[in-house]
Design a protein around this ligand. Structure first.
Ligand SMILES: [Zn+2]
Length: 442
């Protein structure tokens, strides 16, 4: 009897413990919180297994806002932090989160190149606080590199410092906004593009190379500014949903009515959401109240949550008491049979330009290579999007053209991933000789 009572007691304690853990920690979904930081950016991703990726951190003093959303999400650590660029509205809050809120940041990334920053930036206390909190330990992320966020997702850097993937003779940006880190994030068939405050110049480079096509959700570049969301770029991206992180700032007047008008004229027209209502007139504007999270704009309840279901067939946008569900464009592909046919690690001429890989569609249906990639053992990649549609039974060759992955002459492992981040093929070789193509036999 004694024993039974004690076991029951322990069971009831266990039940209390289980109930006190916030339920989202157990959810098998990808969650993306566009945190209400007024005129600024802070985006928290929580993977199905509970890993966290914070992209930007709002302004000075916003650490408590970030922590409040983390508590709501049931997480207490930032596994990966990305500072897209060195403007206060993007990195100002990270030192508060670390030093005041006591949240550990395990690994930070930024766009590097700090020796070229103007003294107006490097002399500011915001920058110095950023540096001592995470910046001094931050990794310089470059185009073509990926962040090991979670094995179920891919997070690929498309641009950094104004240089984009597949740019053979890199031209760095001159404008801080344009130099923002941009990331293409994929979870099964769900695709998300986020790029800080890049403007038309970097957007055009991305569009010219077809680096970001047909996404589900896009965080509007530069808070819906008229300097961003250029036509070629947006027509490539074709997002079903756009989320604008904005405040109520009369100087910037974000989002611009002209940008909202452009979004509304796209075909098909995306559903556009704002974190806050803009109330200061001028050239700024608003979507319908129905799609705005914080209508008063003075408080902190304008966070927008996107939840992707575990099969990645649908995702839901949640804010206030509203909830809207959208289908994922590319549901997880089945029966695909594209293989690595051959590689050329040691071409006659420059490796960085002339290395090649040939892929073959061994199936019976055409396969779109949009969002596919090759990845080596160090995690560097080639994006295969530019191969377009690969007809059944045919082969296509991709040239390295300055992309990050280096097919090592002395041997390497190369994996082929589809747009849903599923590994479709894998090939290893132990060496190479100049000018000779290695057949995989696949
Ligand atoms: Zn900004």
């Amino acid at each position: 009897m004694q024993f039974k009572t004690r076991a029951l007691l322990e069971l009831s304690w266990l039940a209390i413990l289980l109930c006190s853990v916030p339920s989202p920690a157990f959810s098998q979904t990808l969650r993306i919180y566009q945190i209400d930081v007024e005129q600024g950016d802070a985006t928290l991703l929580v993977s199905p297994s509970g890993k966290t990726l914070l992209i930007d951190s709002g302004k000075n003093g916003h650490g408590s806002r970030l922590n409040a959303v983390m508590q709501q999400a049931g997480v207490d650590t930032i596994d990966f932090f990305v500072c897209t660029h060195y403007h206060e509205d993007h990195y100002g809050g990270i030192d508060d989160l670390v030093t005041i809120e006591g949240i550990p940041v395990m690994q930070a990334y930024d766009r590097g190149d700090k020796s070229f920053l103007p003294s107006s930036t490097t002399n500011s206390s915001t920058y110095q606080d950023y540096q001592s909190a995470v910046g001094e330990q931050a990794t310089h992320i470059m185009r073509g590199e990926s962040i090991p966020f979670d094995p179920e997702l891919s997070v690929v850097c498309i641009s950094s410092g104004g240089v984009v993937l597949e740019e053979v003779n890199p031209v760095t940006g001159v404008d801080e906004n344009d130099m923002s880190v941009s990331l293409l994030i994929q979870y099964k068939g769900f695709r998300y593009f986020i790029a800080g405050d890049i403007e038309a110049s970097t957007e055009q480079k991305i569009a010219d190379r077809d680096l970001a096509l047909d996404v589900d959700v896009h965080k509007s570049n530069h808070h819906g500014s008229h300097m961003s969301s250029s036509a070629d770029f947006m027509h490539d991206l074709k997002p079903s949903v756009i989320v604008i992180s904005n405040g109520n700032n009369s100087k910037y007047q974000h989002p611009r009515q002209s940008t909202l008008d452009f979004y509304a004229g796209m075909e098909p027209a995306p559903a556009v959401f704002q974190t806050n209502k803009y109330l200061k007139g001028g050239k700024g504007g608003n979507v319908d109240d129905e799609f705005i999270a914080d209508l008063e704009t003075t408080d902190t309840d304008g966070t927008i949550l996107i939840t992707v279901d575990d099969s990645a067939e649908n995702y839901t946008v949640t804010y206030r008491d509203k909830s809207k569900t959208f289908p994922v464009k590319t549901s997880t592909a089945s029966g695909i049979s594209v293989v690595i046919e051959s590689v050329l690690p040691n071409p006659v001429g420059l490796d960085a330009e002339l290395e090649e890989a040939t892929l073959r569609n061994t199936g019976t249906a055409e396969v779109s290579m949009v969002g596919w990639r090759l990845e080596d053992r160090s995690g560097r990649i080639w994006i295969l999007t530019s191969l377009g549609a690969l007809p059944a039974g045919q082969s296509a060759t991709i040239l390295r053209n300055g992309m990050a992955m280096n097919l090592n002459n002395s041997g390497d492992d190369v994996s082929l991933f589809d747009a849903s981040n599923q590994r479709q093929d894998q090939f290893s070789y132990a060496g190479s000789s100049e000018g000779s193509r290695i057949q995989t036999g696949h």
